[in-house]
Design a protein around this ligand. Structure first.
Ligand code: GLU
Length: 478
């Protein structure tokens, strides 16, 4: 389902075109514009692993787009479609994404050309450890220089192999665990990292719906409650976004698009039931409580209020952009809308909440994990009970009033329990993520609304991000 039209730019060209649109509205010193746009370096590695009686060769990449801040940050993707152009585009997006959400990192990305479903777990471990070894020995995995994370085709399991591999190679590095984020809780991970990107999509939409002027630009009104949503890609990101929007905001998931087709039900699909079905059957086909559509991509064109592309890049392109009905698109994936499609959609009046902001929840919580690893203490460990003790003081005081006032006043039944409980790590992570998503949106929305020459949120986001990267290069004397 990647960009089908022959006259589409590549993914990296697409990102550059969007960058160029924004930078044309800025007044950067000569040369700085190019310095920011170009990818600093891409390392390609070909390594062999002995599997099933023969040596198999794998091709992997780690690209550093910008090291105006170090470490550089970005996921590692496992897919057969991985190539240098894609990795460089994704690394560039990481630079802008980190700048936008004020995560103090430069941008990087990695990829391995592999179909992970074709390998046994122990084989994947051997391949991952070897790839990690190749990257770590060149400091392309390193807590202070380059910190990978999960992306498509990778997750907690791969991150814990990578962390362990780095630890074995750097036995005296006290910060070894900070060499990668997205680790499982028992291996130095942080609560809420798995849900983080989907959660961030939810927080982004909530913040959008707090801005009446912005809602009006999309021709929508009201809140997320009752809004119809189509989700393309039901992996970690799409699933969590759909789940939270349906369970907590009252949105109605009318379409779910997966590899083998799509499900549609205008009265709302049951997110958990579909997730379980996919887990047991490998796809959506055969699920009874919804209409199955074999040509899943067609469902991108389904009538809905909000379209959430949450899988691959280039799924909305020259050939289908005109048919998209959703007035609001939120890019949970990286680069799901090509530069050409972006232009068509803008002309049609659709509002796009761009990838660099919309899916930044993942790297934001990665930042929290990295900080946790470097400080060697879980969030909330020092303050939680003290917070509870202070709350206890107020509750005791209210009790005293309660006794004195008799029937005239009483506490709400669960007030005491709720108020007394100090925040645990998960609550702190969600609070930090919510705050990050709100502030980043506000800075983009302000540019979008205040500048006459900025007509879309993507350009506004690029302006905010590029300005921050430029400031940091200038501070370095460049
Ligand atoms: N792969 C994710 C992304 O594209 C997460 C990166 C990270 O946590 O460093 O943003």
């Amino acid at each position: 389902m990647s960009n089908t039209a022959a006259n589409e730019p590549t993914f990296r060209e697409s990102v550059d075109l969007m960058f160029n649109r924004a930078v044309a509205l800025m007044d950067l010193p000569p040369g700085l514009e190019e310095k920011i746009r170009v990818c600093n370096a891409t390392y390609t590695v070909r390594f062999g692993v002995r599997l099933r009686g023969q040596i198999q060769t794998f091709v992997g990449y780690r690209s550093v787009h910008s090291d105006h801040m170090e470490p550089v940050k970005g996921g590692i993707r496992y897919a057969t479609s991985v190539n240098q152009d894609e990795v460089e585009a994704l690394a560039a997006l990481m630079t802008y994404k980190c700048a936008l959400v004020e995560a103090p990192f430069g941008g990087s990305k990695g990829g391995l050309c592999i179909d992970p479903r074709k390998f046994e777990e122990y084989e994947l471990e051997m391949i991952t450890r070897r790839f990690a070894y190749e990257l770590a020995k060149r400091d392309l995995i390193n807590p202070s220089q380059n910190v990978p994370a999960p992306d498509m085709g990778t997750g907690e399991r791969e991150m814990s192999w990578i962390a362990d591999q780095y630890g074995r190679m750097n036995t005296t590095d006290i910060n070894a665990r900070a060499c990668v984020t997205g680790k499982p809780p028992h291996a130095g991970g942080i609560a809420g990292r798995v849900e983080a990107t989907g959660r961030g999509v939810q927080y982004a939409l909530r913040e959008f719906f707090r801005h009446p002027e912005d809602i009006a630009k999309a021709g929508l009104s009201g809140t997320l409650d009752g809004k119809t949503v189509v989700v393309q890609g039901f992996g970690n990101v799409g699933y969590h976004a759909a789940k939270f929007l349906a369970e907590e905001d009252g949105s109605i998931i009318v379409g779910i698009i997966e590899r083998d087709g799509a499900l549609v039900d205008d009265s709302g699909l049951d997110v958990e039931a579909v997730r379980n079905w996919i887990a047991n059957h490998g796809g959506v086909r055969g699920y009874a409580d919804g209409t199955y559509v074999e040509d899943g991509a067609k469902v991108l064109e389904h009538e809905c209020d909000i379209l959430i592309p949450a899988a691959l890049e280039g799924v909305i392109h020259l050939d289908n952009a005109n048919e998209i009905k959703a007035p609001l698109i939120i890019e949970a994936a990286n680069g799901p809308v090509t530069a050409n499609a972006d232009e068509i959609l803008r002309k049609k009046g659709a509002v796009i909440i761009p990838d660099m902001y919309a899916n930044a929840g993942g790297v934001t919580v990665s930042y929290f994990e990295w900080v946790k690893n470097l400080s060697h203490i879980r969030f909330g460990r020092m303050g939680r009970r003290q917070e509870e003790a202070r709350h206890q003081l107020i509750v005791d005081e209210l009790h005293r009033l309660d006794e004195q006032l008799g029937d005239a006043w009483s506490m709400t039944p669960d007030f005491k329990e709720k108020y007394l409980r100090g925040a645990d790590e998960l609550e702190l992570v969600r609070s930090g993520l919510d705050d990050t998503m709100r502030i980043a949106y506000q800075s983009c929305s302000q540019v979008w609304n205040e500048r006459d020459d900025v007509s879309d949120l993507r350009t506004a986001s690029y302006l905010v991000a590029i300005d921050r990267v430029a400031t940091s290069y200038r501070a370095k004397g460049l």
